[in-house]
Design a protein around this ligand. Structure first.
Ligand code: SAJ
Length: 418
């Protein structure tokens, strides 16, 4: 297998296409956006990810990677398109459907199709395979299919693409072995083989495990407000136990993974996935819990101006998908007695107006930190104290130096501290 067609040049598809090209494969990157195709063919990138630009540039300059708007014939097809959820929390498999249909007439005997997109259990077997069978090729004899989910951490994608262990689910042993050959070209971590549905469940359970644990931390935060303790201190001391790992409370769970994948299980078995469903609801209640905490703090300030620090779904990324901050912004904007300025050094394009640094703090009545971007640790409270109207800051990530802010006469409020 010498050539690979990667469908979807986003957070996963683009690094994967580039690494495969750097390892000698002829790689045809495919994306539906002409703009993205143009950016990549110019050796540039459309997403913020450390080291990715260098990797893409090298891959393009090597001549092994070229981006297209339509699929190209190849030995291997990797589908790495989004699998979001709809408003009703049901899986949206339309991107997989479009990508799979777009390669049906390109498939030849001996080809391998790998679905990397995180998918509800049974997607490869019951949704993808029927589409691929329209090629008239016999699955398992002429056409081979595998599911190989990724588990990279945005912000560390390239390192984790290479070092993380990989799970490969094949429709049969040959499909799994063929997929393993592809990943062995760049994966240093162990590669474990299984069937497609198990591989789908493995990926979803990794993120569901995290979401349930974050929900436990957020429930602890709510309880701590009620009984008058500091949830962060409780977690820190409890985590001294060798087998306890209480996660961090937050203003909500964002991103296109942790806040999405558990819903795939709830959709499949709603009567059984009760803890999973409840955990999602607890995490999705945190933006409102944070808004209520804010309103409590400014209840005596008419027409308060709020300064929001950070709108991305987590620290040091530019991704605002499913960000809890967006939900808090909507609540603030729906309150006619509030004004809002937003500052996030990582975000260039956003649905709401972004302010400059000084402008964001000027005349502020309350600073609400919703994302623990590294830069925010270096904000000088003494300088800020001169331009705000009211010295009040709410830290939802336990990320600021409380003493430093209190020394400049700020009232410091911590999400999770009663
Ligand atoms: N969060 C908390 N408390 C915590 C940890 C995270 O509230 O203790 C929040 C974050 O603020 C963020 C959300 O959860 O809003 C998700 O953050 P994350 O640190 O889980 O990062 P992701 O979503 O970028 O990456 C996760 C990772 N999954 C696991 O750690 C099990 C990554 O390995 C996956 O590859 C990725 O999802 C994915 O693409 O599926």
């Amino acid at each position: 297998m010498k050539s690979v067609c990667v469908l979807g040049l986003g957070y996963i598809g683009l690094p994967t296409a580039s690494i495969l090209a750097s390892n000698g494969y002829r790689v045809y990157g495919v994306d539906v956006s002409p703009k993205i195709v143009e950016i990549i063919n110019n050796g540039d990138i459309h997403i913020e990810e450390p080291g990715l630009k260098t990797l893409v540039k090298a891959a393009i300059n090597s001549g092994n990677l070229k981006a297209y708007n339509t699929p190209q014939e190849a030995d291997v097809f990797i589908i790495a398109v989004p699998t979001p959820i709809n408003e009703d929390k049901k899986a949206d498999l339309s991107y997989i459907e479009i990508a799979a249909n777009s390669i049906v007439d390109k498939l030849k005997p001996g080809n391998l199709v790998i679905l990397e997109s995180t998918s509800p259990p049974g997607t490869t077997k019951d949704f993808l395979n029927p589409i691929l069978e329209k090629s008239k090729l016999k699955l398992g004899e002429e056409l081979f299919v595998a599911h190989c989910p990724e588990r990279v951490l945005p912000g560390k994608i390239i390192k984790e693409l290479i070092q993380n262990k990989r799970i490969i689910g094949g429709i049969d042993e040959k499909s799994a072995q063929m997929a393993k050959e592809i990943y062995l070209s760049f994966v240093e971590g162990d590669i474990h083989l299984t069937d497609t549905t198990t591989a789908e469940m493995v990926k979803i359970m990794e993120n569901t495990y995290r979401d349930v644990n974050i929900a436990l931390a957020n429930e602890l935060a709510k309880i701590s407000h009620n009984i008058g303790v500091n949830a962060w201190e409780v977690a820190e001391l409890a985590n001294l136990h060798p087998r306890v790992n209480i996660h961090s409370p937050s203003p909500g769970v964002g991103g296109h993974c942790i806040s999405v994948d558990p819903w795939f299980i709830v959709e499949k078995v709603p009567m059984l996935a009760r803890l999973i469903n409840e955990s999602r609801d607890i995490n999705d209640s945190m933006p409102e819990f944070t808004y209520d905490l804010l309103m409590q703090q400014i209840k005596d300030i008419p027409n308060a101006k709020i300064t929001m620090l950070g709108v991305t779904y987590k620290a040091d990324v530019d991704d605002v998908r499913e960000s809890p901050a967006t939900k808090i912004i909507e609540m603030i904007n729906n309150n006619p007695n509030l004004k809002l300025s937003i500052y996030d050094p990582h975000v260039k394009y956003f649905d709401y107006e972004l302010s400059g640094f000084e402008e964001a703090f000027k005349e502020s009545d309350c600073i609400l930190l919703t994302v623990n971007h590294s830069e925010f640790k270096y904000i000088d409270p003494a300088q800020i104290a001169k331009i705000v109207k009211n010295k009040l800051i709410i830290d939802t990530r336990n990320s600021l130096d409380r003493q430093k802010w209190e020394k400049s006469d700020f009232k410091y409020i911590l999400l999770g501290e009663g």
